[in-house]
Design a protein around this ligand. Structure first.
Ligand SMILES: *Cc1c(COP(=O)(O)O)cnc(C)c1O
Length: 395
């Protein structure tokens, strides 16, 4: 006979409600496991915990069943063995620095990198005794000449944010491997769907899950994906020390969007390529910087290494248009909103002042650069909107 439990007070019963999930209930949705405290059945279980084991629950900051499910799906998607979730794409980038680089080390960063990554490198160089050097993204095998005995990390981005140069990834990673330098790629543009970094010798793939993985423009998250478990542990140790984690609620939003990501990406890709090709025919546009089009630097590496492009590309306006005229063009668009980030259903537009964004290489195109993100609106409506806005430039 089981001992009857003492009748507890109302407040205790509210706190200690013993809900049990309906046995046999199953759905496609991954349950949202919220936790700060993780409860252990006994002290021996608690004492045997090993932080290196991703599938042990220790504290809500580090992992929950929801976040681990997302991490495992992301790792599988890119062909990695493990993934570490971060509260933003940028924090995934900064965690790579904190996990791998120490005072006295040297880091190589492509000159066209996502600009907060550039800023991070410059900050470490200014205040933390690291050297951060910027290299021409089209350097290829020539990167070997830049590698010093203290070079620890080489960043890549394919293609580069905003200006879209596609680097020769395998030439850079081969040079890095020959000298035991770790490589990390910001692989957000391809979402891990159309470029497979680990097949090209990269050690760490960084994703801003904020983009296509979220797909809604309403969640911030990032990830580092690795093949080598030791590298994963270095990054994991850094993340623990930084005291950051992700919420299971946010993870569940991304888990909800992930199954539709490839289909969305392919639709973005079709519309964006069609609109890029149409923009190429327009006299107002000097250059279209879309990796799938021959004008884009590194197009040959896109053709060799990528299977698709998604929704993000840039154009350079003819130099006869002033930056103020290009601003007017951007603001006259009705179906393209002005805003940072991308990856959701809504088309976006953003003009860039390139002069302030380069240090190692010169920006050759003199006209104003505008980056487009092509959303899921009808392509014909987007083209009509672009055409109407371009007509405001006529002068
Ligand atoms: C958006 C973006 C990031 C940063 O992601 P957040 O989640 O916004 O911090 C990093 N790299 C690239 C290429 C991006 O487009």
């Amino acid at each position: 006979m089981t001992q009857s439990k003492p009748k507890r007070g109302l407040q205790t019963r509210i706190v200690r409600a013993e809900d049990k999930l309906t046995p046999g209930f199953e759905s496609f949705a991954v349950p949202v496991a919220r936790a700060s405290t993780v409860v252990f059945p006994d002290l021996a279980t608690m004492r045997e915990l090993d932080w290196r084991n991703d599938a042990q629950w220790r504290y809500g900051l580090h992992a929950t069943p929801t976040s681990l499910t997302l991490a495992q799906r992301l790792a599988a998607l890119e062909g990695g063995n493990q993934a570490l979730l971060q509260p933003s794409g940028l924090s995934a980038i900064s965690n790579v620095y904190f996990g791998l680089v120490k005072a006295g080390d040297d880091v190589l960063i492509p000159d066209n990198v996502y600009s907060p990554n550039r800023d991070h490198g410059e900050w470490l160089a200014k205040d933390f005794g690291i050297t951060a050097r910027f290299y021409d993204p089209m350097i290829g095998a020539g990167i070997a000449d830049l590698i010093q005995p203290n070079t620890r990390l080489i960043w890549l981005e394919a293609p580069g944010s905003v200006t879209m140069e596609v680097p020769d990834v395998q030439a850079i990673t081969a040079a890095a491997r020959a000298r035991n330098v770790i490589t990390a790629i910001d692989n957000t543009w391809s979402a891990g769907l159309t470029f497979r970094p680990f097949e090209h010798g990269v050690d760490i793939s960084v994703q801003a899950l904020t983009k296509y993985q979220s797909g809604g423009g309403d969640v911030l998250m990032g990830a580092t994906i690795t093949v080598d478990p030791e590298l994963h542990l270095k990054l994991k140790a850094a993340r623990m020390r930084m005291g950051v984690g992700v919420s299971s609620d946010d993870c569940s939003l991304i888990l909800r969007s992930l199954p539709s990501m490839k289909v969305r990406f392919e639709q973005h890709d079709r519309s964006a390529l069609a609109l890029a090709q149409w923009l190429k025919t327009r006299p107002e546009i000097a250059t279209v910087l879309h990796p799938a089009l021959p004008d884009c630097p590194g197009h040959e590496f896109y053709k060799r290494d990528f299977t698709g492009a998604g929704g993000l590309f840039s154009v350079v306006f003819d130099a006869r248009y002033s930056p103020a005229q290009v601003d007017t063009f951007c603001e006259a668009l009705e179906l393209f909103s002005i805003g940072w980030s991308w990856g959701g259903a809504h088309s976006l537009v953003m003009p860039y002042d390139m002069a302030s964004m380069r240090s190692d290489t010169q920006w050759a195109n003199r006209g104003t650069l505008v980056r487009f993100y092509i959303g899921l609106e009808e392509e014909t409506d987007l083209q009509a909107d672009l055409e109407h806005s371009l007509s405001t430039l006529a002068a």
